[in-house]
Structures are given as C-alpha cells and as structure tokens.
Design a protein around this ligand. Structure first.
Ligand SMILES: [Zn+2]
Length: 241
C-alpha cells in the first residue's frame, strides 16, 4: 500500500504544545528545536504503512493519530490513539524499522515531525526526552491491554463515549471532524452500530453530530457514559507530565 504524502504546507505557529516536548528542559528543547518540523496533517494522511520503513516519529499538537491493525481485507480495528500526550512511531523509538500495524491521521491538525536517525543520534546524549518517551511507552502498553479487555466486555455505546471523550481530551477543542466510517473502525463495529451509539449519546444531550463534525456538549456526562476503561487509561497518562 503506497503511503500518501501526509504533508500540507506547514503552518508557522503551533496551536497547542505537545506535552512531552513541553516538559523537557529549555537547553534540551533548544538542542532539539532545529530538528523538529511543524507540519499540518490532513485526515487519512499516512504516517507509516504495514511493513514499510518508518522514517519519522510525530509529536501531535492538536491532531489525533490512529494506529490500526488490518485484520483482513474488510476489517480495520484501532490499536491505539495518539495525541498531544505522546508521540506516534513507537516501533521506531524501540529500535524496529517497520511495524505490522499502520498509523494515519484521524483528526486533522498540527504535529512536530522528527527524523528517526536524528532521534537516535539525539538519544546518544541521553536527555530527559528519552526518559519521557520510555514512560509514555509504559502508558501505551496499559492502553493496549485495556483495549483488549474493553472490546470483549463493554457495550458499543460505552466504547463510543470513551473514544469520543479520549479524543476530546487530546485535541484541546470541543468540535472536531470525524466520519462514522472512521468511528466504526476505531471501535471495531459496523457502521450501523456506530450510528445507533452516536444517536443515543446525542439524544442524551452529550454530543452533537452534524455533517461529519462531532461537538462535545456535556463533557462530564460523556465521561459518565463511557466505560470504566476511560478512567483507567486517563490515570495512566496523567502520570506523565
Ligand atoms: Zn471499556
């Protein structure tokens, strides 16, 4: 599968920071700054493809990245989501050159891009960023394990509410674009099921869903409608800066 060029012309100012990059000391930030490129990621833009070389890691600012597994020709299931709390390109960080999963932009927005070779040279100096990325790796393993359990135990409404609440936390704004087709992939359910779940949440006054745009109307209500996995995962990521 050929990777589409993920890049639109770069914007000049960042709309919100990446939490990992914001937490490293100024001297280390300055050392890294020249190697980071601010990019605008379009919806569906590919970051890396199945068994293809991973050339860059991405630190999302206000975009959300999905890592997905293609179970067969028909079925795409989300493995994890990545936003401003972390980075996309975990396999490359851990030393792999490719992955059996693929990553693409789910909610469009900005990210900072870092060349993988440059990253490994940077870590030879062993700074704070290295430690933060290792801690983020731990949080992601909890995310993955929780997703496995969640998919077997919790209802599609609960999972839909959890996914929307998680995405809301990551993008830093109340309205974001999302198609039902994508949401179905994220949850691993049929489009009709997603449609029904979104309707239930909308009728409860928690979200508004119009022309591919989700608006979170009642944040605490959405959290209450989500399964317990929402808090388990959030607590893990709150251990990060
Ligand atoms: Zn759950």
């Amino acid at each position: 599968m050929a990777a589409a060029d993920p890049l639109l012309p770069a914007a000049t100012t960042a709309r919100q920071p990446n939490r990992l990059l914001a937490a490293i000391p100024p001297a280390e930030q300055n050392r890294l700054a020249l190697d980071l490129t601010l990019v605008e990621l379009a919806a569906k833009a590919s970051l890396y493809d199945i068994d293809e070389p991973i050339s860059h890691v991405y630190f999302p600012l206000d975009c959300v990245i999905s890592v997905v597994a293609d179970l067969d020709d028909e079925t795409v299931v989300e493995v994890a989501t990545v936003g401003a709390e972390g980075f996309a390109g975990l396999p490359a960080f851990l030393g792999a050159t490719s992955s059996p999963h693929r990553a693409f932009c789910q909610v469009p927005g900005q990210a900072l891009r870092l060349d993988v070779d440059v990253m490994h040279r940077f870590f030879a100096g062993d700074g704070v960023l290295h430690q933060l990325m290792l801690r983020y790796t731990q949080a992601v393993t909890v995310f993955l394990a929780q997703n496995v359990a969640c998919n077997q135990l919790h209802t599609s409404e609960q999972r839909c509410a959890r996914w929307l609440a998680q995405t809301h936390d990551r993008v830093g704004r109340d309205t974001f674009p999302l198609t039902q087709e994508f949401l179905g992939q994220m949850l691993g359910v049929r489009r009709a099921t997603v449609s029904l779940s979104a309707q239930v949440l909308q009728q409860a006054g928690l979200i508004r869903y119009r022309r591919g745009l989700i608006t979170v109307v009642d944040e605490s209500g959405l959290h209450a409608a989500a399964c317990s996995c929402y808090d388990v995962i959030r607590r893990e990521f709150e251990k990060l800066p």
